[in-house]
Design a protein around this ligand. Structure first.
Ligand code: ZN
Length: 559
């Protein structure tokens, strides 16, 4: 094993890789025994692991420095070749699917893997490759536009990650000014953003129709690997949120409004929880990492081993720099069985969330990396976010390693409150996308009025007076998932509902709850989502009444 900076990179020879995939497809087809077929499949694990590692290395190094010409070119190359690689992979999976030894293979690899292959096959085909390439270019256009944002702030020029702390500044005038600057910036690129989204919706609708779908919704679900629930389940879930959860969120905001001493809650106050400002970590970035190590070494022996590994092999890049891509993520380097965490520390409590949330993802990846069946690592996002969002709660007892005594209490309260008020927003993003893709002919203006209308249903407590851009319903243009990962967002909401169940559980019995969590991490994707959560003692949020039950538990935690 080598440190991240020493990991060798060379451009993946896509042509050769595609040929190799096709060869294995041929061998799969001609396998004489079940064992032989499985050997071919194991060979596939190897070559795809090698290829994946190069692709991920390039992507990480690009996001670490978006001005690095070398990796900019590499990213362009991968955007171009990825659809062809994926279709070759689908042709391999087709042979696997149709293998004479399907039954034996299914016993080894699992039902979920085969269901996922089916979904993949239904979401990709040779004939939509040019459209998929165009879609990738549009997504790249969006992320470059956002990454190139420079906002003038007291003589400094800040990107969107670095301006973020000012949006929740303790001084109301400062945050009003920061919001004003950000909104004007978005307004200045509004036409471009509209144009990119217009093209994306048209492009995705066209892909769906080429594949025989009525619109993009079902294709979007297949792409999201929704293998055990459908849009009706989601629609029922949204209904529970609207009826049962939104009134609860209203109460939280009422309390917060009073705590802040405001007569109404404006959009500029949405991220502010205390009159004297949100709690901030009182440690340097280096100390946050070092204390993260201490925390995970105390939480469990599994988490200790994981964090030590991350530190030893330089698998964190978390310091904020101007040329880094905004946001944070966790990814995985197959060949090295190594998670990688990317973030932009900016001195807010968000830095601690990286150590809890992104490390939750990374921990699960680390735990699952040694599973012999690689498909079991292929988790759906709703499951992945349970690992991360629940870790945020399991690490609560160690928050004094990051905050002063007073701020620790504030942080714990803010954390549960912030998670709680996210739910209506996340659900709204989902409903918005359903409406958009079910009505692809909507104009740019109509899309914004759809959003503005949803705001009134999901966040009636927020006052947008003062920003014409927000009043018109433009704020979704900041939400990169809407552009880059359609239908992803509800996964956060589903997962948060499960994480809340862990919160309610661990407050009663930490040990038992953590054991269940560890089991869930190890199960990875060996079974369908709905089965797995039940197996570890959680309830499906799609079931009637579960949202109400969660709200009941949470109500006692909002002070
Ligand atoms: Zn996450």
């Amino acid at each position: 094993m080598i440190k991240f900076s020493k990991m060798p990179y060379e451009r993946l020879d896509a042509k050769k890789y595609i040929e190799d995939i096709k060869k294995l497809a041929e061998q799969m087809k001609n396998a004489k025994t079940a064992d032989e077929a499985f050997e071919v499949h194991k060979r596939m694990y190897e070559i795809s692991g090698e290829a994946q590692t190069l692709i991920v290395l390039s992507s990480i190094r690009y996001t670490i420095d978006t001005t690095d010409e070398f990796y900019v070119k590499e990213e362009e190359y991968y955007n171009e070749v990825t659809p062809e690689i994926e279709t070759a992979m689908v042709s391999y999976q087709k042979e696997l699917n149709e293998s004479k030894f399907r039954k034996e293979l299914e016993e080894k690899i699992g039902k979920v893997a085969f269901k996922n292959m089916e979904l993949k096959a239904k979401s990709i085909s040779e004939k939509i490759i040019p459209l998929m390439q165009e879609e990738n270019e549009l997504k790249l256009a969006y992320s470059s536009l956002i990454a190139s944002a420079r906002i003038d702030w007291e003589g400094e020029s800040l990107n969107l990650s670095l301006i973020r702390p000012y949006l929740t500044d303790v001084n109301r005038e400062v945050r009003a000014k920061a919001w004003e600057k950000c909104s004007s910036y978005f307004e200045s690129i509004e036409d471009k953003l509209d144009d990119i989204y217009d093209k994306l919706v048209a492009n995705r609708t066209k892909q769906a129709r080429e594949l025989g779908y009525e619109n993009f919704v079902e294709l979007g679900y297949a792409r999201m690997q929704r293998n055990s629930y459908d849009k009706n389940d989601i629609a029922r879930f949204r209904k529970q949120i609207k009826e049962t959860y939104v009134p609860f969120a209203l109460k939280i905001h009422e309390k917060r409004k009073n705590r802040l001493g405001l007569s109404n809650l404006s959009y500029i106050d949405e991220g502010v929880f205390y009159k004297d400002g949100n709690p901030k970590p009182n440690r340097s970035p280096e100390e946050i990492l070092a204390n993260g190590q201490k925390m995970y070494s105390e939480l469990s022996k599994e988490t200790k081993e994981f964090f030590d590994f991350m530190m030893e092999y330089e698998l964190f890049d978390v310091l904020g720099r101007k040329t880094k891509k905004a946001g944070g993520y966790m990814t995985f380097l197959d060949k090295y069985n190594a998670p990688f965490i990317f973030a932009n520390f900016n001195g807010t409590s968000g830095d601690v969330d990286v150590i809890t949330h992104e490390c939750g993802h990374a921990f699960q990846g680390y735990v699952a990396s040694t599973l012999p069946i690689k498909e079991h690592m292929n988790i759906g996002m709703e499951t992945a976010e349970i690992h991360s969002m629940s870790m945020e709660f399991f690490t609560e007892p160690w928050m004094d390693l990051f905050f002063s005594e007073e701020d620790k209490e504030k942080y714990l309260q803010m954390h549960v409150e912030e998670a709680a008020v996210f739910i209506p927003y996340g659900t709204m993003v989902d409903e918005f996308q359903h409406i958009i893709y079910e009505n692809p002919e909507l104009t740019k203006e109509e899309r914004k009025s759809v959003w503005a209308k949803l705001e009134k249903e999901y966040r009636p407590y927020l006052d947008f007076t003062g920003s014409s851009y927000l009043e018109r319903g433009g704020i979704w243009q900041r939400q990169l998932h809407i552009y880059e990962m359609p239908f992803y967002y509800i996964d956060y909401v589903i997962a948060q509902m499960l994480a809340f169940q862990y919160k309610n559980w661990l407050d009663k019995d930490f040990k038992e709850a953590f054991a269940s969590y560890l089991k869930l991490c190890k199960l990875s994707a060996s079974d369908f989502f709905v089965n797995m959560i039940k197996e570890v003692g959680l309830k499906s949020p799609f079931d009637e009444g579960v949202v109400a039950e969660i709200v009941k538990g949470l109500e006692t935690k909002i002070k």
